[in-house]
Design a protein around this ligand. Sequence first.
Ligand SMILES: [Zn+2]
Length: 340
Amino acid sequence: MSLEHLLGPHRPLPVRVRPVAGESTGSFVARLARANGLGLAEFLDRVGQGDGSSDPAQVEKYPQYTEMDVNAAGREYLAVLAGRSVELLRWALPSLADHRLLSRAGAGAPVWRWTWKAEGGSPVPWCPLCRCRRGIGDPVWLLSADSWQVCGRHLRWTDDSRGSEPETVDLRALPECVAAQRERRRLEGKFKLAGPELFADACQVMYEWWGYAPDSLVWVQRAWTAGLDARSARAVPLIVLPEAAELAWLMLRFEQAGQRSRGDRARWLAQVQHRADVWDIDFDAGKDALLQWLERHSRSADGAPAGFAGPRRLVLAARHNRIASRVGSLQQRSCMPGDG
Ligand SMILES: [Zn+2]
């Protein structure tokens, strides 16, 4: 072990790299290593002890599959090597936030680890046009809670499909998907707690719905427009997005009304049926998923006031909050069972 290994790095590498907001740590260290002509495994050796050094070829592939976590000492070493303050790195790279650090009691030796199931989400490529705009040649991976990202500036869709073609979907030909993403943001901005959870529920319902009616013309056409295989799992989150966003708003209205009797539920279901006719999607294919959602939302949360509880404090039905997680992927945030 070198002296530098024991005492830690004390000066930055010659070429500095600016982190992208929301970037995965793995992506950032891969870019930093490359810019300095180092292999990733070789570079990581300077950050601390880790569990991937024995297979350098594998390590090179990690940034697109998984996220790298470090402990506090590892974060400090990384900041020194990058020539950036810990504050800046912590702000830009979600996995370097204090609560995400690996805890390793004792000597405080620097440690890093590639975690297969990253807490903060999965690596999704950053919009290639944003990358060009910043003059970055290497791939950049964002740590995304969803398995996909929409660039609002360039209207590009990227996802965690890792190397499948096309890498990026141009959404300019799918204005309804762009509008749906905007609607989703509006819902989540207005209802900070309930919004993301209901969007997650709506997505899970729509995914199940698609499973029973994958040949619905509107979905197939969107997939073709996107250049995706209409039957591929990869296409689903994109092609059902317009209906998912609208369904999330319908779910919100149901929760806001706070009226959950059998008759109320039947009335809400009839509303969705009407929308399904407008969407031109077979209602029967989604009925079971909708009924299941209604069943899980049939009782008010304990202590929650009946009826409208104010936009930011809307409390979802009792069973929702017992099952769903506040953070994590769409599937984790939903009360609906997922399959993936
Ligand atoms: Zn962009």
